[in-house]
Each structure stands twice: as C-alpha cells, then as structure tokens.
Design a protein around this ligand. Sequence first.
Ligand code: ATP
Length: 540
Amino acid sequence: MDMEKLVALCRRRGFIFQSSEIYGGISGFWDYGPLGVELKRNIKEAWWNDMVRNPPLAPGGEDIAMVGVDCSIIMNPKVWEASGHLGGFADQMLDCKKCRKRFRADKVFCYFLTEGPIPMLEFQGPLMKDSWTPTKTLSCEANDTNEAFSILQAMHKRLVEKKKLRPSLEFVTHQTPLDVPRRWKLPCPDCGDEGELTEPRSFNLMFKTWVGAVQDDSSVAYLRPETAQGIFVNFRNVLDSTRLKLPFGIAQIGKAFRNEINPRNYIFRSREFEQMEIEFFCHPDESMKWYQYWRDVRIRWYTQLGIQSERLRPREQGKEELAHYSIGTTDIEYLFPFSEEPQELEGVAHRGAYDLTQHAKFSGKDLSYFDEQLWERDKSKYPDAKAAQEAKSKEPYRFMPHVIEPSAGADRFALAVLCEAYAEDEIGGEARTVLRFHPRLAPVKAAVLPLVNKEGMPAKAHALYRQLKGSWNVFYDDKGAIGRRYRRQDEAGTPYCVTIDGQSLQDDTVTMRDRDTTQQWRVPIAAVADELRRRLEPTL
Ligand code: ATP
C-alpha cells in the first residue's frame, strides 16, 4: 500500500488536513476534517464504551470497576518534577550547524566505509577503542536498522555509479551517532555536510508556557506530555468521592503535547495528539494477573475493530528497554506501510507503585490505600488500641497500590485503521478505491441516494434520510451519476447505500448496496432502519 495515495485520499475526502495549510502548514500538527473527525470520535467512543462503561469481565467472571476523569492540560509544574518528566523526558538530539536541521540521535544511522584493511572494532557499544577513523561515512534518517540499510545501500550504489565514491571503499560497520567516537566526523543526513553535526545533547520534549501576566521562572508551566499524570494526582480525590475498592481503573481521553524533534510519518508522530489512557490500580500481589488481563483485552480490542492479526504484534520489551520503574511492558505494535518493522500503537506497562510513591513524596500527601474490609475482619485480633493503631497504618491494611497502564494513541490508531481499511479493487472492470472500515468506526453508516432528481424520488429519499439520521450519521447525496455516487461512498468507507429509484415510487421498496461485496438487494422502505440496525448493530 502506498502511503502517498492514502495521504492524498485523506486530504481530498476531508479526513485529515495539514494544520494552518493556507499559511504553509506547521510541522507536526494536523487537523481532522468532516470525515476524519467522525472517524476519530468513533474510535474514542468505542474505547470509552468498551473500556470504561462496559469493560470485559475479569478472568474470574467478576465485573471490572472503571471510572473516567477529564483533567486540565496545564497542571502545577511540580507534577512534572515528581513524574520525572522535567528531569528525564528528553531525547538525545543532534543539530546540523550548517542547515540548522535537528535530528533524533537514535533515528540517524551511519554507514562507515574504509579503504585498506578492515580494522577489528568492538561492535557492541561505543567504538572507542581504536584510533581508527573511517575513510568515508554516509548517513540517513530512518525508523529502524533495516530501513536504514536499504536507504544507505542504495545511496552507496548511486554514489559509486556517479563516481562520487571510490568503488574500493568497503563497508565496515553501521551505528547510530550515539555509539560512535566523538572524533569521527559525521555527515548531516539532510544536507550531507561533514563535521557540522553537534554532539548528541538532551532536549526536553515538553512545551513550556507561562501562566498569568508575568513571564518569569515562577510562572513557568508545561502543556501535559501525557494524560496519565492527571489521573495519578487525582487518585485520592477519586477514591474519596467514589469509595471504590481495589482493583479499579481510572480512564482519561485527552490531548497531549510533545515537542517531537522529528514529527514524521503523517499523524504517527505529531506534536499534538490524543491519548486514551487507563491507570488500573490493584493489590501488588495481583498485579501480574491484571497485567496479563489488560494485555489480552487491549490486543483483542484492536482485532475486534478490524485490525488484521498478522499486522498486529504484541512485543514484550526487553529488560534493557524498560523504564527503570517498570516491571514489564508490552508494546502493541502495528506494521504500518511506511516502515519495515512494526511500530508502537499502544504500550501496556506494569508501573509498580512508582507514580503514586513519587507523588506522595513530592506533595507530602498520603496516597496509600487502606483495605477497610481486611481491617474490619482482623481488628479484634489486636489486644489494645495502641497495637491496633500501629498495625492499621501498615501492610497488609495500608499499602501503595500497583498500577497497570494501557496507554494508547487515538491518532496512531486512526492511522492504523486508515491503512488497514485502504484497498483498491475492480468492479465490473473499473478500478475503485475503497475504505473497508469496521462499521463501528465508519464515519458515515449509510448514504441515501435518489436515483434521479425528479419524479418524486428526492422527496421520498429525503424523508428516509430524515428518519435515519435520528439514529446514525447518514449522508444524503443527489449529485451525479449513481455509479459515481457509489464510488464516492466507497472512498469514504460508508458500509451501506440506500437508493430510491423508479420502482420505489411504485411499490415502496429501495435498493440497498453493500460496500464490500457491492451486492444489491431490495428492501421495503419501511424496513430500511431495521435492516440497517440488524446489519450494523451486532457490531456497533
Ligand atoms: P514513541 O516511542 O513512539 O515516541 P512512546 O513510547 O514515547 O512512543 P508513550 O509515552 O508510551 O509513547 O505514549 C503512549 C501512546 O501515545 C503511544 O503508544 C502512542 O500511541 C501515543 N503517542 C506518543 N507519542 C506520540 C506522538 N508524538 N504522536 C502521536 N501519538 C503519540
């Protein structure tokens, strides 16, 4: 599948536009158009419905307790000190002093060539040992090593053909700039100038702003880089106001902002995006069970919404990748057409008691959980008030819950849905482009089309349209030949078309058409709503 075709379709049909396009756009920001906003709302509603209002039952058949919150984007900056984002939420960056482009060091790949004997280098980790330097270095930006290899090999070949590189130069090794000795002069992946790249240096990804009239250090605040922290800092509020008992989850959908160095791959990595996050609080002894539960639930959710299982891959992070506090993390990845390796759609992380402990420490507030039931059962065991008081403040009665965090991106999933749905086929010898959305996610559920704009067909069609739009997002279209109108609905991913034709005026039946099979059949006009409900709602 060709990403360029998908991007063009999304713009032409009003799924996604570049932000502030008439001013030349702004890198890393996107707008959703009339069809895109419906698709994204459907994604968020499906998530909220399936995870918060009606989550799958627990392994033992019990109900899962879930509630939601909607927190502010700007929070007290102490939140980000406690969470570690102010200190550590940084990527290693390189700048080109010549062309002024900035690159993420782990997304730049270098290819080292030499003339003469190939030196023995230490291939693992930094190549610091020898005084050796490569004769020539090529570099590029890529998502992963495989992609980098194909780009660099092609570059190498092209340069030799154009006689810009001696054929006697042999390939030695490849590395990211993070792993090469400082003295090696690296070319800029964009302008190609050698020796103009800075050392890798940290760059904080949070957008900074000032609150109030005075812009000084005391008024600095940040746009949240994730929605999760709003949940942690409200843990006590939710507990006190709902009297929920462990285990339970708090969910939030909302915007997050990251000043990504290299926003790329369309809406996959942008600077403003929406997250759908759950913090599931549980007893430490049960945390592995819940980690497993959420991994399974989240993988199944994607499959149920039409993501082909062979493109979807759960990947358990290796020990070396894990954040220092994480006991385990599974990335749910999807094989996007722009990359050779699957890329993260969602992370399901076992975060232990890290976040609550940090916020308790930084705020000075008690964020522990008290198991009232257990205390009621045991309290009579304690001989006197003093012993009881002491026991009550400790385990097993009072403890820090563990947290399982399924954290998904609404925009990344929207992109996966678009990639998965995009298809080109042939109908009656004519090429068509179709978006085979799952009916739950389809922006428009049905189109109502009068065959011609006369003989009473528009009036009948319009009455049906009015009836249906009370239940679903339906579209009325009376412009152009019927075949073209079908094609337009296929491109928008509309599962059903309902056509009012000459026969409708005689016997009050209409033609229904299925987007995927293009099959058509007749239905009494009075039964259209039921027919649509029957076909859409088992999956809605
Ligand atoms: P990556 O490694 O791709 O930068 P991450 O591991 O930093 O992602 P998390 O902090 O785990 O991402 O965020 C959870 C989810 O939020 C991701 O799985 C992704 O779906 C979404 N997300 C994160 N950064 C972006 C972004 N820049 N643009 C769009 N979605 C994003």
